[in-house]
Ligand binder design. Structure first.
Ligand SMILES: [Zn+2]
Length: 403
């Protein structure tokens, strides 16, 4: 994110941020590489690195030249112990707490089983605070050293106020993370939809490989998530998580876990595939959780030619294809990366997905978008957490220090 103003102060902030962002992308960097990467003059880069080093934001490392002769090469990188990020991933059955240093390296991680109970928001909040304190204590950190707490969940979030508005985990019970954390921790509190983080992580990687910076990330599992990452007209990332899973696929259709009817998820989520495969009436209240082994059984039947199992995956593919055609009509053409535990069933959904596209005007004009299977969703969520939180810290730093 750049600060758009041309006052000398804003210029210094922009330049300082450009230097930090370059180190985020490239890791350890020599002075000449920083100049090349940022396009800034040598003297400007020297002034910035001197201030950042003095303030303890970056550190210098001396690398012995090959052969051990001549002057050592000086490299800069974000100073590891300048501050820390607590990244918290809330899944349906487990909450994962990770501690990351300012250079983006993972230093501690533990998981806690999530207690399933109705009206459990208060209990969840308390266990969350206890675990956060434990995360800092295990690494002997004072609370002031944790600069950001970055939380992710599936569902609908209000990122600005850090409120979880609806989630498959807590239902419609709103959880105000900022209100929960801020009285006890001075850290920034950030909340993001999980698929948004995945979209950001994949789009960033692909852009570094030379691909166009527009991408949708579709997560398949018990619930269906979608993140869309694009560069806006100023060249800045615009990453959103439209309510794709609960977008209506069919008016008056199957009952969804959100209590609405006909959502994409009510056809493509694990519980929906199970319901169709076993010919359970579509208005039956969805199963709370479907073990992956149950899904594997249905998939094995489909591969063996079982008609209802094939039909169930086809219905899922049709709902996903029709939904994606709408998303692309709205946002413009972009490849679709597919992640999540349901990725392994994608081949069984592919025909339905392609056929749904073929029926739409979008599909007839532009065909099916490139579908990119991506394993390692967990790692992508984590990378999204780290890159967003550190970018936010860098921005605040540049704004505060250059003045
Ligand atoms: Zn729904």
């Amino acid at each position: 994110m750049l600060i758009r103003s041309s006052t000398p102060e804003a210029l210094r902030q922009n330049n300082s941020l450009a230097v930090l962002s370059a180190m985020r992308r490239q890791g350890m960097m020599a002075h000449t590489d920083l100049c090349a990467e940022t396009g800034l003059a040598s003297a400007t880069v020297s002034a910035i690195t001197a201030v950042l080093e003095r303030d303890g934001v970056i550190e210098r490392l001396e690398q012995k030249p090959a052969g051990g002769r001549g002057r050592p090469r000086v490299l800069f990188q974000p100073r590891r112990d300048f501050g820390y990020v607590a990244a918290v991933r809330i899944s349906s059955d487990v909450v994962q707490y990770s501690l990351v240093d300012y250079a983006g390296r993972l230093i501690d991680r533990f998981e806690e089983a999530r207690v399933h109970a109705d009206g459990a928001t208060t209990a969840f909040g308390q266990s969350f605070l206890t675990a956060l304190a434990r995360l800092a204590e295990r690494s002997r950190l004072a609370r002031e050293q944790v600069l950001a707490v970055s939380i992710s969940s599936k569902g609908i979030v209000d990122a600005d106020s850090a409120r979880l508005l609806w989630s498959p985990v807590l239902g419609g019970a709103t959880l105000d993370f900022a209100g929960l954390i801020r009285p006890l921790w001075p850290a920034r509190v950030m909340l993001a939809n999980e698929s948004l983080l995945v979209a950001q992580a994949i789009a960033g990687k692909r852009e570094a490989e030379g691909h166009a910076p527009a991408l949708a990330a579709l997560s398949l599992g018990h619930s269906i998530g979608l993140g869309v990452a694009r560069r806006d007209r100023h060249g800045e990332w615009e990453v959103t998580a439209p309510n794709f899973g609960h977008m209506q696929h069919m008016a008056g259709g199957s009952l969804c876990r959100c209590a609405s009817q006909g959502c994409v998820e009510a056809y493509a989520g694990f519980y929906a595939v199970l319901r169709t495969a076993f010919q359970v009436p579509p208005q039956t209240i969805p199963a709370k959780f479907v073990p992956i082994t149950e899904m594997e059984k249905i998939a094995a039947q489909a591969r063996a030619g079982n008609r209802m199992a094939i039909y169930a995956f086809r219905q899922a593919g049709l709902a996903l294809g029709a939904g994606l055609a709408r998303v692309i009509s709205l946002f413009g053409p972009m490849p679709v990366a597919v992640t999540g535990p349901g990725l392994r069933f994608l081949p069984l959904m592919q025909d339905g997905l392609t056929d749904a596209f073929a029926e739409t005007h979008e599909g007839r004009l532009n065909g099916v978008p490139p579908i990119l299977p991506m394993t390692g969703e967990d790692e992508l969520v984590f990378e999204g957490h780290v890159s967003r939180a550190l970018a936010e810290i860098d921005l605040t730093l540049a704004t505060a220090r250059a003045s």
